[in-house]
Design a binder for this molecule. Structure first.
Ligand code: GAL
Length: 689
């Protein structure tokens, strides 16, 4: 199977799910039949057929049943369920089951358990209790993978391999002695010699100079802030160590089978998970797959969903990807787990499809009866089939079948391609999240979401890219809090702007190099010349404080003292210690323009600024005149467009649009009425827009 360079894996899957020769969108979810008596299985497959389920992920957390003691395997139940699924035409994304080592393993190999920064060794009894550097874990995981791949490589139900599960999720970052040894090996590869490491880590500060490799430790708990470059390198190392586990297991599977291999990502990877650099990981995937859960109390959670889907498409190089998990209704792990309102699930699922997913799978098929996730919704709820959730599952299955022709298409914008890129470098985020920074309120994720939200509200599609990617096809590139940039990233962005691009740089971007050393000179060091500004001091605002600007409303969180040096000042700070300093600037550079935004603009000001930069760069919304609550996104293929309209509002929306709504089957005849909370997917020929 080809890797992500052409990302052909998703096409392979939709082709294998084909009904009557036409590719089908994936529909289904995690299926954990081992949690239920076998008598239940017949009902499971009958109801899967009723709902139109065509793909299930099996065996993800089954290690303790598949290998009940070391080297002793029991595949009987897995054989039976795969045969039953096959007999019912349901395809399988088969897991290699390495996500949760069994109690016998952790008991026998306690050194395989991860250790916290405080030196506490975690116990087993939940899930994902292993240290990526543990040779025992790696050996056992490889042995199990070998057994599963060899046994099921030719099973007719299997079309895809699901390695592990959400690497880093509930998997304590490991600070053990084993991790210390692994970290040193990784550092030797990165720096070669200790002198280079000392220079990169800035160890002249606070007497931290290392004189032997053995002295180097993971950033364990210390009296106060641990060396920031050491923390950053440890995040990079931890991601790479997990990636080694994935690659070793993927190699075993690929030696047996040509089906695509994936592991499921976790979107923006918030919360107490291990750092994982998905840009690097996605290069190793045949299919990029992602799990997404709404934060139920976030009033704009659908925008966060849109941002995550766009980011996942970035990892997939713009090609279709797979929504491996989302929820039919409530989850169990938020402070208050609010169930989805009627219709919300369909909107969520189709939002992902609108933004490039070639399928919508859930966690999980049947809601569990026991265990920590028994209050998590499933496709088949505890209350059975006479329920809102089940009816909506059946409805979604029908909707996905009617959208099958969308598979393989790509997301496009008004010009026929996506014109705007938002940068989201992993190192920039990790660096910005280090301690002892000017303000606790500056957040890479929050700032990224503010920019994405502004484009979302304006109906302008955005891609996510890295600073080092080829950006020449974009009319506009936004760098929200790209705090840490490599020299290559800085040069690429400067080249982009100078050769005709429009580059918007937000505050706290281009501040440090890849070792977290300040880029000296006027702030922002990487871009001061390019932007035509000379900023000298950061003046973060107090909690809840805002500052009036001469245009674009108010700024929050941040402001800077400084002056324009060639740039046109579009807005200045009008009050307080930084009064008179530029807040928003525009500078001609080469044949392009570079903009600086030295504060965090409120939504209204952001919208006004977007009008300016989009008009400068000739970026257009996908459609004009849409009601504010109607989300629009488009996918295109071979001269056909599919425009998704999703009404997040409480009122009916009337739209002027031509084409056939695939969900209702009706020709709009030029006007479409979208009910409150409703969705339409209108097919038209590309020449129409
Ligand atoms: C995911 C995980 C699933 C399940 C789900 C619950 O993070 O992959 O196994 O735990 O969350 O929302």
């Amino acid at each position: 199977m080809d890797t992500n360079t052409d990302n052909a894996g998703m096409d392979y899957i939709t082709a294998r799910l084909a009904t009557e020769g036409s590719p089908a969108l994936a529909f289904g979810g995690d299926y954990n039949p081992e949690q239920w008596p076998e008598e239940t299985w017949d009902e499971d497959v009958r109801l899967m057929r009723e709902a139109g389920v065509n793909l299930v992920s099996v065996g993800i957390f089954s290690w303790s049943l598949l290998e009940p003691s070391e080297g002793v395997y029991d595949f009987g139940w897995l054989d039976r369920i795969l045969d039953l699924l096959h007999a019912n035409g349901i395809r399988v994304d088969l897991a290699n089951a390495t996500a949760s080592p069994p109690p016998w393993f952790s008991h026998k190999y306690p050194q395989s358990l991860p250790v916290t920064a405080d030196g506490v060794r975690h116990s087993y009894g939940s899930r994902q209790a292993f240290a990526a550097s543990s040779p025992d874990y790696r050996r056992a995981a490889a042995a199990l993978t070998e057994q599963i791949a060899a046994r099921y490589k030719d099973h007719p139900a299997v079309v895809m391999w699901h390695i592990h599960n959400e690497y880093g999720c509930h998997n304590q970052p490991d600070f053990s002695d084993g991790a210390a040894a692994g970290f040193r090996r990784w550092l030797e590869r990165r720096y070669g010699g200790l002198e280079d490491l000392n220079a990169a880590w800035g160890t002249a500060f606070w007497s931290q100079r290392y004189s032997a490799w053995d002295e180097i430790l993971p950033p364990r708990t210390s009296g106060t802030w641990v060396n920031p470059t050491q923390q950053l390198d440890f995040a990079r190392y931890s991601s790479d160590e997990l990636l080694e586990c994935y690659k070793a297991e993927a190699a075993i599977i690929r030696s047996h089978s040509g089906h695509p291999v994936t592991t499921n990502f976790m979107g923006f990877n918030m919360g107490l998970h291990q750092p994982v650099d998905y840009w690097r990981w996605s290069e190793e995937m045949d299919v990029v797959s992602n799990d997404h859960y709404l934060i139920s109390e976030d009033p704009r959670n659908f925008q966060e969903l849109a941002a995550t889907a766009d980011l996942t498409r970035g990892w997939a190089n713009g090609k279709p990807w797979l929504l491996m998990e989302h929820s039919t209704s409530a989850v169990n792990w938020q402070p208050r787990n609010i169930a989805k309102a009627p219709g919300e699930m369909l909107r969520n699922s189709l939002q992902h499809v609108a933004r490039g997913a070639d399928g919508a799978l859930f966690f999980q098929w049947r809601a569990s009866r026991a265990g920590a996730e028994k209050f998590h919704s499933g496709m088949l709820p505890h209350a059975g089939t006479d329920t809102k959730v089940w009816r909506e599952v059946v409805q979604l299955g029908r909707a996905l079948r009617s959208l099958a022709e969308v598979s393989g298409s790509v997301v496009t914008g008004a010009s026929g391609r996506v014109d705007v890129a938002i940068l989201h470098d992993t190192d920039a985020r990790w660096g910005s999240e280090l301690d002892s920074h000017p303000s606790i309120d500056s957040s890479n994720i929050a700032e990224t979401r503010r920019w994405h939200d502004a484009f979302y509200r304006a109906g302008i599609p955005t891609d996510f890219r890295r600073s080092t990617d080829d950006l020449s096809g974009y009319r506009l590139v936004v760098a929200p809090m790209q705090y840490l940039l490599s020299d290559a990233g800085v040069a690429n962005l400067a080249g982009y702007a100078q050769s005709g691009g429009h580059l918007v740089v937000s505050y706290f971007s281009g501040i440090v190099d890849e070792n977290d050393h300040i880029r000296l000179g006027s702030y922002p060091g990487a871009f001061s010349k390019l932007l035509g500004v000379q900023m000298e001091e950061f003046f973060p605002l107090r909690a809840g404080e805002s500052v009036r600007l001469s245009s674009f409303g108010t700024g929050t969180c941040w402001q800077e003292l400084g002056k324009a040096a060639g740039a046109e000042v579009l807005a200045a700070v009008t009050e307080g210690p930084a009064a008179g300093s530029p807040a928003v600037t525009r500078h001609r550079t080469g044949s392009g323009r570079a903009y600086y935004v030295a504060t965090s603009l409120a939504p209204a000001g952001m919208a006004e600024l977007l009008d300016v930069v989009c008009s400068d760069s000739a970026v257009q919304p996908l459609l004009t005149g849409l009601p504010a609550d109607v989300e629009v996104a488009r996918r295109s293929k071979n001269g056909t467009d599919w425009t998704f309209f999703i009404n997040h509002g409480a009122g009916e929306a009337r739209l002027d649009v031509n084409g056939v709504d695939l969900l209702s089957g009706d020709d709009t005849g030029g006007a479409l009425t979208l009910a409150a909370g409703g969705v339409a997917v209108v097919r038209s020929q590309t020449s129409i827009h």
